[in-house]
Design a protein around this ligand. Structure first.
Ligand code: UDP
Length: 243
């Protein structure tokens, strides 16, 4: 907690951190890897101890992805609901580990399931954040045909987050997929329009447009670099800034 007095050093005081489901799976690519989640939780805990107001949106791609399930013949809407439920599983895993490390959290779901978590009510979410609780938004937007990236932008706008940090496995945004194209070049900063026009796949187009229309800056960074998120929140150049 010694760093909580560093408030003035913070560039962003309220952060929405988007973690993909894959980020929880680690090398295995599927399901939840406890040591990997443990490390992610440490990153969140550092932010919390710095006095940052933290909201999380977690994906579900490590369990179910609606588009993939529907490509295999499943009804798209059912598959999307399965994907949204997958995000709740991930949210509960994050909550459990965060609380074991002494961070007070609330999971709020966009689909009502009161026995498991609170329903998402914006004013209540704001109250939790004001009280210093880490709020984990689960079940995406609650609607099929959307992504958790769009949910992340929506919640970032609703809770007045100063920045949306998208945690990935690569350093930031590149001119092409760096895992496939060795000639891909890193881009330190870029505008929303260019991301869409150049089809850079930072997030889906709906999510980027929503950010642009509401002037929410996005930082895309590598969550596997310890301290990257904390550095970004202090205003250091980390990953790619989309604004
Ligand atoms: N999903 C949805 N509506 C939402 C958010 C998510 O239908 O508002 C479904 C969709 O099927 C998606 C799945 O949940 O494929 C998991 O979310 P996502 O693919 O965004 O997770 P990530 O890629 O971040 O792990």
């Amino acid at each position: 907690m010694s760093e909580s007095a560093d408030g003035p050093e913070l560039k962003y005081s309220r952060v929405l951190l988007k973690l993909s489901g894959e980020a929880l799976a680690g090398q295995q690519g599927f399901g939840i890897s406890p040591p990997v989640v443990d490390r992610l939780v440490d990153e969140v805990k550092i932010l919390h101890e710095m006095g940052v107001s933290v909201a999380l949106v977690i994906g579900g791609g490590n369990i179910v992805r609606g588009t993939q399930a529907s490509a295999q013949g499943m009804d798209r809407v059912s598959a999307d609901y399965m994907g949204m439920l997958a995000t709740v599983i991930n949210a509960l895993a994050m909550q459990d580990l965060l609380e074991r490390k002494g961070v007070v959290t609330r999971v709020m779901t966009a689909i009502r399931m009161e026995a498991v978590a609170e329903p998402y009510i914006r004013r209540r979410a704001l109250r939790h954040l004001e009280k210093g609780r880490v709020v984990i938004f689960a079940a995406g937007t609650g609607n099929p045909y959307f992504s958790t990236d769009t949910a992340a932008v929506l919640r970032a706008i609703e809770v007045h987050a100063d920045v949306l940090i998208k945690a990935t496995k690569v350093e930031g945004v590149y001119t092409a997929d760096p895992e496939k194209d060795p000639a891909a070049e890193f881009i330190p900063a870029i505008g929303y329009h260019d991301v869409i026009a150049r089809d850079l796949r930072v997030m889906d187009a709906a999510a980027i447009s929503l950010c642009r229309d509401n002037a929410v800056p996005i930082i895309v960074l590598n969550i596997n670099n310890p301290g990257a998120v904390a550095g970004a929140v202090r205003g250091r150049q980390m990953g790619t800034l989309v604004s």
